[in-house]
Design a protein around this ligand. Structure first.
Ligand SMILES: [Zn+2]
Length: 417
């Protein structure tokens, strides 16, 4: 009886205080909503941009709430205020553009949709912005697209490279990439009929993490101290060449230093988190491409170029943008994305970075060796900065080599016929 009574009281209490509303992924009670309105009101009245930016998610959230409740004017106002201090939230730019369209503010909506269309890197945002622009002004969209595709060079149809998507990829990026590759190299590029699975990673991020900590520790110790540490855990020098050996030495070291137990705990937590994600071995992927898609010397297909969003590595490297040998290559655009580098989104930059890498990999696929002209697209970049400094163009030498490759292959083909 007591139990039943208690549950009644609980039910009455809950129903009085908590009317829940679902806003997108957020669940808010009336009380919380009231608190949110007061907080946002205060933020906007204060006019302190630094504080507004710090709490900008509250403003966006309240805007979402108004938008779902059909209070368009209020939502438009809040999105606008929030975007004034956090303009790179392109998903909210798009929401604002949609609300403005609905409320017949067409010119302003168009301006905003154009920004999202040109800058957003995520496929979903670009597609939605494109749809909106298409409804608002087909001519403008046409002009935006024209800007990207300049005069087409004649494409040689009898030499072909097949682009193979590996894992979940940004299809829009790949389709733009294909067009630009054709234009820049002057041979045909097509898509393989399906995506290949990326499968399981080959090396977890924990390996890189341990390597870095290990290097930090050993570089701060004398060789005598390292010998002592090794001796204590019964390890030979060669044992720390492998992952487990390094971990053992790191743990022993942390156990010896002041406050080491705290650091050790943090190390173990990080290690555990990093074990669930990882990188893919370029050589393995290329090997798989070769097995699945062998090259027939008589065919006009001269190579396969895998494109993926998974992170790549090869041998002992920390990461690779790509890997390629004759006939086969794979490029990852993961490290070109704004979100990976903490940059603001820029779709043109993402495409250009991916294009440069794909151009260089294609030249390898065609058997054209690495170039030593510093700003040639086929030069070696050691990091993203150097990659960005490269031009998207081939130097004269690479260009000559490509032309003679094309000519040679066409001559051989005509002899065959
Ligand atoms: Zn070159």
């Amino acid at each position: 009886m007591k139990k039943i009574l208690l549950s009644f009281i609980v039910i009455i209490l809950i129903s009085n205080s908590l009317t829940l509303h679902v806003y997108g992924e957020q669940i808010l009670s009336d009380i919380k909503k009231k608190e949110l309105i007061e907080k946002v009101d205060k933020l906007l009245k204060e006019g302190d941009n630094v504080n507004l930016r710090r709490n900008v998610n509250d403003v966006f959230l309240l805007g979402d709430i108004y938008s779902e409740e059909g209070e368009d004017k209020k939502a438009i106002n809040l999105f606008t205020e929030a975007l004034k201090v956090d303009a790179w939230r392109l998903e909210y730019q798009l929401k604002l553009a949609k609300l403005l369209t609905k409320n017949k503010e067409v010119n302003q909506a168009m301006q905003i949709a154009k920004i999202v269309y040109e800058l957003a890197e995520e496929e979903k945002l670009v597609v939605e912005a494109e749809e909106l622009l298409n409804n608002l002004d087909k001519n403008l969209l046409g002009k935006l697209k024209e800007k990207d595709i300049k005069q087409k060079k004649e494409i040689e149809d009898n030499i072909e490279i097949i682009i193979v998507p590996i894992g979940d990829v940004n299809k829009r990026l790949l389709s733009e990439l294909r067009e630009h590759l054709e234009k820049n190299i002057g041979i045909k590029f097509s898509f393989f009929k399906k995506e290949l699975q990326s499968g399981n990673f080959d090396r977890s991020y924990a390996v890189l993490y341990v390597k870095k900590i290990f290097e930090n520790i050993t570089s701060s110790l004398s060789s005598y101290n390292i010998e002592q540490l090794l001796h204590e855990v019964n390890l030979k020098k060669s044992d720390v060449d492998i992952h487990e050996g390094k971990i053992k030495l790191i743990k022993t070291y942390f156990n010896k230093i002041p406050e080491g137990d705290k650091i050790l705990k943090e190390f173990e937590t990080n290690l555990k988190n990093l074990e669930s994600e990882g990188q893919y071995d370029v050589d393995r992927i290329i090997g798989e491409l070769r097995n699945i898609l062998p090259i027939d010397k008589k065919s006009k297909i001269k190579g396969y170029l895998g494109i993926t969003e998974v992170d790549l590595f090869g041998c002992d490297s920390n990461f690779l943008f790509a890997g390629a040998i004759e006939n086969y290559g794979v490029v990852s655009y993961l490290r070109f994305k704004a979100i990976f580098n903490g940059e603001t989104q820029n779709r043109h930059r993402l495409l250009e970075r991916t294009l440069k890498q794909s151009l260089s990999s294609t030249l390898f696929i065609l058997g054209i060796p690495r170039c030593i002209t510093p700003n040639c697209v086929h030069g070696y970049p050691n990091n993203l900065y150097e990659h960005d400094q490269k031009s998207v163009e081939m130097c004269t030498q690479c260009s000559d080599r490509l032309n003679s490759y094309i000519k040679h292959n066409l001559d051989v083909d005509s002899v065959k016929k």
